[in-house]
Design a protein around this ligand. Sequence first.
Ligand SMILES: C[S@@+](CC[C@H](N)C(=O)[O-])C[C@H]1O[C@@H](n2cnc3c(N)ncnc32)[C@H](O)[C@@H]1O
Length: 445
Amino acid sequence: MSKKVRELYEQFPYPLRDPQEEKDRLLMPPMDTLSRVNHYGFAGRKNVDAGFRALVAGGGTGDSMVWLAEQLRDCGGQVTYLEPSQASTQVARARAEARGLVNVTYVNATIGEFAAMAPEKFDYINCAGVLHHLEDPEEGLRDLVSVLADDGCIGAMLYGEHGRLAVTEWRKMVAPLLPGKDLNEQLAMTRSLLSSLPEGNMLLKMGGGPGFIKGLLENDPEIVDLLLHPVECAYDVHGVYDFAASAGLDVAAFTGFFGFGGTGKAHYSIENHITDPRILRDLMALPLRDQQAFCERYSAAMPLHAFYLTRPNKVPSVAVMPDRDLCPWFFVAPSDSFFDDLLKYAGKPIVLADGTGNAVDLTGGPDLAKLLALFDGKTSFGDISIRLRDEILHKQPIDMNQIADNTLAAVWALFHKFDWMLASSLEGGGQQHDVERRLSVLAPK
Ligand SMILES: C[S@@+](CC[C@H](N)C(=O)[O-])C[C@H]1O[C@@H](n2cnc3c(N)ncnc32)[C@H](O)[C@@H]1O
């Protein structure tokens, strides 16, 4: 870890957090919600219990550590918080103490130093916004893999090369002005430039408008981390895959991150960007990573990539249609009137929405309501398919096995698109809902 990076995080612990706020709210970084980790990292089959061990590598002021420790508090699972900055650790520890969390071990070291200690292996490793600040990110990832359990999963976040072009351009612009200034002088200069930013500046578009710059000006650690970091690199979609492969890992799925949509993964799906059927057909014929790389440049809205990594062939796909013994369940809980509304608007075009801008159009009715009621986290895909065939589709005069499976796969795809549903084994447990979203039926227009 370079001296400059070490000094930066001693002076500006990141992100800016006040331990007092733990009394009023719990921050839940979406990547670290364990029911989602279980779904993508373990195909829904992980038993999250007292033996579960999570590592937060480069834990900063503690967002992921606090959320993971909260989720593991009742079952007795443990979190190791690894962070070289004493100042950041002080904030993180105060937050955990404010919540009465006792299942956290604090380690003051770098990833490399920690790996050299050969600790017991971890089931889940969070490493968000850290590896792109290392002199050798690939070495950092290999160090993490050396402490990952055989069936373990890493949740990582790296800067996105394309969506971050505004920052790259900014850094090129100020580079000649930085030499000879210490970090405080650089910060003062940056604040001055930001406070009279021309309307056409790319930073405004990247951040979604003037509110972004106003927020930056109230948050020095954010300015320093975003615009004045001495060591950083960024990755496009192919770069993410190649980076994973450099440590012998697969990208299991892209996922969501703070301020980056409810799920994130929907951003990487071409059906969400392209409607022209001919272009869509050509794109669908490409390998998945080419499709995702297309989305990255077409949307130009990915300043970062958050994703799960696993060892190759460890995780059966849950994307198309999960194994028949797994049970689908609503990760985003339906509103109290959800099923009644489906019946009320039977036969009419409706919109299902989760309150964060994610929506799908469909025409519902009693059959869909009956089918969705079976997605209860206790009934397996195999049993649902049989009941769909015998109780819902039975009126049809042809063999319904294939049609039942296809219907089920189509409904699953619809509800898995924004992680409204996940799948897990009954033993897996941990079917914790996404507490930030609620699924509703919007009345027909
Ligand atoms: C941008 S912050 C991210 C903090 C946190 N992961 C988050 O997402 O909120 C980067 C953190 O990585 C830590 N860090 C930098 N180099 C490191 C290394 N070699 N090993 C472990 N942590 C490191 C820094 O001290 C800093 O707290």
